[in-house]
Design a protein around this ligand. Structure first.
Ligand SMILES: [Zn+2]
Length: 191
């Protein structure tokens, strides 16, 4: 799968634009409306989790291309919004509340060649999407560590279990995280 990474939104989250062998364009975590400048089409929006900085472009992309918007059935949207209390201004809150989720996925689902791996910890609905030799990890793991655990539905013990799932991925698997640059799985789990 061909991947383009575009940083956007209030915290420069990575939006991953994935072109599948079946000629579908999947947009993972559209963090702001300006992501439209980088898109000719979108067939599906997938969310690694529902924090504001990963989702505020959902309406713009879904509105332009009429594509479905999927998030984990476990995600707690309201808690994700509360996580940004004091940071989000009213327009961001209004935009978030207007997001229309059209469907849900669960651990183990296959979606357009991507396998859902449920990885709670950062938020209860955090999920990774595994392709062939690549994985999109949102805020679960980064090139240099794992995501914050101080949010409303965060759980350190869940995160530990999630990290155990990910560390067994084949060497060479490229991690596309929700912020900053890429890494290989063995560079993150080197211990
Ligand atoms: Zn997050």
């Amino acid at each position: 799968m061909k991947v383009r990474v575009v940083g956007c939104g209030c915290l420069n989250a990575n939006c991953c634009i994935v072109e599948t062998p079946r000629d579908k364009t999947i947009v993972i975590d559209p963090g702001a409306p300006e992501i439209l400048d980088s898109l000719d089409r979108a067939d599906l929006i997938l969310l690694t989790h529902a924090h504001l900085d990963h989702v505020l472009g959902v309406n713009a992309v879904a509105g332009r291309f009429g594509c479905p918007v999927l998030v984990s059935s476990k995600e707690d949207m309201e808690a994700c919004l509360e996580d940004f209390n004091g940071y989000a201004d009213q327009s961001m809150i209004d935009e978030f509340r207007a997001i229309r989720i059209t469907g849900f996925f669960n651990d183990g689902d296959e979606i357009e060649g991507l396998k859902v791996i449920s990885t709670p910890g950062h938020t209860i609905g955090s999920s990774c999407f595994l392709g062939e030799g690549q994985i999109f990890t949102g805020d679960t793991i980064f090139a240099h560590g794992y995501g914050r655990l101080d949010f409303k539905t965060s759980s350190a013990s869940d995160m530990l279990n999630s990290l155990r799932k990910l560390r067994n991925l084949p060497k060479g698997t490229i991690i596309y995280p929700g912020h900053d640059g890429q890494a290989r799985i063995e560079d993150v789990f080197y211990f």
